[in-house]
Design a protein. Structure first.
Length: 281
């Protein structure tokens, strides 16, 4: 009897207590395309519920997948204004069905900017039409909790963890199914910036000055580390305060793709891709 009970407990643990790879999405991870920021996440739509969303910035397309990983819908945003046609650095926020109008189609906020060339904020509809345009205006705080990219999402069909491959040699997005769920309120912690820090670079791409906005947890000072695509450290900057703006002379790096990493002590706070190109002078 004890052996039988042990067998069932073991099978229960194996069935319900393991983290399992649910699906792999090729080229959908952060490093999935050159000169682009690929994003794979979960969004909750007002009518159609939770969907995986691949923001395919390289092809200017939003690809929605059902939670069983079948393709649900693709939406192009080719008609949106592209400030950086060679680098695909636009950002997508507030993917929704009942925010920007009251029909059941999908709309989303589109943002792009290019230093002295200006910036743009638009609302793009599912049929690829542009519902709203504001030139030389953009949101300085580009977070839309709970839709900002998180590694873990609790949905009506279970909890998923999304990881990106760690280099340009592996640009895949990996979706893992978790046995448990997030505690209430974890996703919407409004103090994230103050306890974990933040990093933002602009204009990006650039060939001249790049403004690096940073914050690290209170009571600590940070370090900026710039590496090339091969992971070699090309520049290190000790920051004098826990929050502020550092002005980088992009010309000292040379043309290429770099990664700006903000550290608090030995801990990595955030990393952003930085493109330096003479075509943006």
């Amino acid at each position: 009897m004890k052996r039988l009970l042990f067998f069932f407990l073991t099978m229960y643990h194996l069935s319900y207590g393991q983290i399992t790879l649910d699906e792999t999405y090729p080229n959908a991870g952060y490093y999935g395309a050159a000169s682009s920021w690929q994003v794979f996440e979960v969004v909750r739509l007002e009518v159609d519920g939770d969907k995986f969303l691949f923001r395919d910035n390289a092809n200017r397309t939003l690809k929605f997948y059902n939670l069983d990983h079948s393709l649900w819908k693709s939406i192009s945003y080719e008609n949106a204004i592209d400030m950086n046609p060679n680098y695909n650095t636009a950002n997508i926020l507030y993917v929704s069905q009942h925010l920007f109008d009251l029909d059941d189609e999908i709309e989303f906020m589109y943002i792009d900017e290019n230093g002295s060339a200006g910036s743009v904020t638009q609302v793009v509809n599912e049929d690829e039409s542009v519902l709203f345009t504001a030139t030389n205006q953009w949101p300085r705080l580009n977070a839309s909790v709970p839709q900002n990219q998180q590694p873990i999402y609790t949905t009506d069909e279970g909890t998923f963890m999304i990881l990106s491959g760690g280099s340009t040699a592996d640009g895949n997005a990996y979706v893992y199914r978790l046995p448990g769920s997030l505690a209430v309120g974890v996703e919407e912690n409004v103090f994230t910036q103050f306890t974990q820090g933040s990093l933002k670079t602009y204009p990006n791409p650039s060939a001249n000055e790049v403004m690096v906005e940073y914050s690290v947890p209170f009571g600590s000072y940070g370090t900026l580390r710039f590496t090339d695509e091969l992971g070699r450290v090309v520049q290190t900057v000790q920051l004098p305060t826990n929050e502020g703006t550092y002005t980088l002379d992009a010309g000292t790096l040379g043309t290429g793709v770099y990664f700006c990493t903000l550290l608090s002590g030995a801990e990595v706070v955030a990393t952003q891709k930085l493109v330096v190109s003479t075509s943006f002078k």
